[in-house]
Structures are given as C-alpha cells and as structure tokens.
Design a protein around this ligand. Structure first.
Ligand SMILES: [Zn+2]
Length: 132
C-alpha cells in the first residue's frame, strides 16, 4: 500500500516526502557508486516525490554515461535520492530508504530486496550478494 513518508538528509537542510509502497521491491546493487554509498533505493515516479526544503543545498554528481543523477546534501553528504531512466527514457527516482523518517524496523526488515549486478551492467543478481 502506498504511504507518504517524510525524508531528510542528516543535517536537516534537505527535506522531502514521497509516496512509497515498502511491500514492493527495493534494490541493492554492487556497482561502484551503490557499493561506496550503501545505497538502498525504492523506485518512485517523479509525481510521487516532492523536495520540501533545501533544493539549493543539493549537489548533483554525474559520472560514466552522466545520465544518472546522484544527488547529495552539500553539507552532510547524505544522498536522499538519485534520478535514473527506464529503458524507454522515462525519468525515475531512486529514493534512499535510509533517509526516510520513522519507518518501523519491522517494515524495513520486511521490505523485499532485489539484488542487481550493476557492476556488470546486469539487471540480475550477482553470484555473491549477501554483503550488499
Ligand atoms: Zn544535509
């Protein structure tokens, strides 16, 4: 069921809210950026996320194809979300579940996780993924 969650960076400069169904798949990936940041996103279309405060405090990091936008708070470094693209080009947000506020541990623990072999550009689980 979709629920509206409040989210923030660590220092509080950035605040957002997003409608997320945490019984739908979430993602862990072994690519260079996800492994370094321990990013754990829920996938959300643009009309289900709103930056409420601190857009000016966000910095966009681009690399490689420069198509995916890795947004982080310039003060505390937390990544509230990233923006990627579906195969048809549609913009899609990856909301950092770790940035959501007041999510019960039972809900986080029950969220289904799909493991992705981003390091090899594969949308399938890598051979080893329990550490992700
Ligand atoms: Zn911050």
């Amino acid at each position: 069921m979709l629920k509206t969650y409040q989210g923030s960076c660590h220092c509080g400069a950035v605040r957002f809210e997003a409608e997320i169904d945490l019984t739908e798949p979430t993602y862990r990936c072994n690519c260079s950026i996800c492994s370094r940041t321990r990013f754990w996103p829920a996938i959300v279309p643009p009309d289900r996320i709103r930056v409420l405060q601190g857009q000016d405090g966000l910095t966009k990091y681009l690399f490689n194809s420069r198509r995916n936008e890795h947004w982080f708070c310039a003060t505390c470094g937390v990544r509230p979300f990233g923006i990627g693209h579906l195969p048809d080009g549609t913009r899609i947000y990856g909301v950092n579940i770790g940035s959501l506020e007041n999510v019960p541990d039972e809900v986080l623990a029950a969220a289904p996780v799909v493991h992705v072999d981003g390091r090899n550009d594969r949308h399938a689980a890598p051979a080893i993924f329990s550490h992700l």
